[in-house]
Design a protein around this ligand. Structure first.
Ligand code: HEM
Length: 225
């Protein structure tokens, strides 16, 4: 997709630099946060350890990268055709859903082993909703590949709904991650500064992704009117 502001002479160069810098920052934040959580949780050391690892990989890494690849400023496959981007997007989203389901199974099984009740915290409840929504969102995206499945719906309309609901799913994932960071396990594992820095990661990524998706669709609207 051509950048909405490309070719517009009124845009100061500093704005273009800022957009590129924020896309690069989002890549760095999601990678650093995922590596940090992997080091902290040490996956494989217990059933629990798989939960923060898989969930961070799903929502901070795979889902963020799946959306960022459409960024006109910071996509790692910027020069590839839109069709290729769509394909890489759904592969990353399938990985996201698979990791989310594995993370959910790990924590549910861990609770079962310890005889603890399920879905009793805000994090547990919202987390369950997030995993259901991301699975539904992925199923609802199938007509974007097989358009004949959604008779009477234009592709443009399907794409608009997919982007809007995808953004809501991303925000749900970010809030679930943040609530996970408030858990007794995480607060006991890190110091105060590390906690604030960690919390900044999903919050910042959510703001930058929200900006990317809304500006792409606002620009399309502007072009139409
Ligand atoms: C978007 C990402 C996440 C989702 C969707 C999610 C989902 C869930 C769900 C559904 C449960 C409840 C399982 C049950 O009751 O059987 C749970 C529990 C838990 N999660 Fe997560 N989680 C996420 C990220 C994290 C992260 C990053 C951490 C740690 C930093 C974490 C730590 C915990 C802990 C300690 C529990 C057990 C206590 C509780 O039920 O609140 N989670 N999570």
């Amino acid at each position: 997709m051509a950048h909405p502001n490309k070719g517009s002479e009124s845009e100061p160069r500093v704005c273009a630099y800022t957009r590129t810098a924020s896309a690069v920052l989002t890549h760095c934040v999601c990678i650093v946060f995922s590596v940090f959580m992997a080091l902290l949780s040490r996956p494989g050391t217990s059933w629990f350890s798989w939960h923060p690892f898989c969930m961070t990989l799903a929502f901070s890494f795979f889902m963020t990268e799946a959306i960022l690849l459409f960024s006109p400023d910071g996509s790692p496959i910027k020069r590839f055709p839109h069709k290729t981007k769509g394909r890489v997007h759904w592969i990353l989203q399938c990985l996201c859903v698979s990791c989310a389901v594995l993370g959910l199974v790990a924590i549910a099984y861990n609770k079962h082993l310890n005889g603890k009740p399920h879905f009793t915290s805000w994090h547990g409840l919202l987390g369950l909703l997030t995993v259901c929504v991301v699975a539904l969102q992925s199923l609802a995206a199938v007509p974007l590949i097989y358009h004949s499945l959604a008779k009477g719906w234009s592709l443009a309309k399907l794409k608009r709904y997919h982007a809007a609901s995808g953004l809501v799913t991303y925000l749900l994932g970010s809030v679930s991650l943040l609530l996970g960071l408030c858990s007794a396990w995480f607060t006991a594992s890190v110091g105060e500064y590390a906690w604030y820095l960690s919390a900044l990661c999903p919050a910042l990524s959510a703001l930058l992704i929200m900006n990317q998706v809304t500006s792409a669709y606002m620009a399309k609207k502007r072009l139409k009117s």
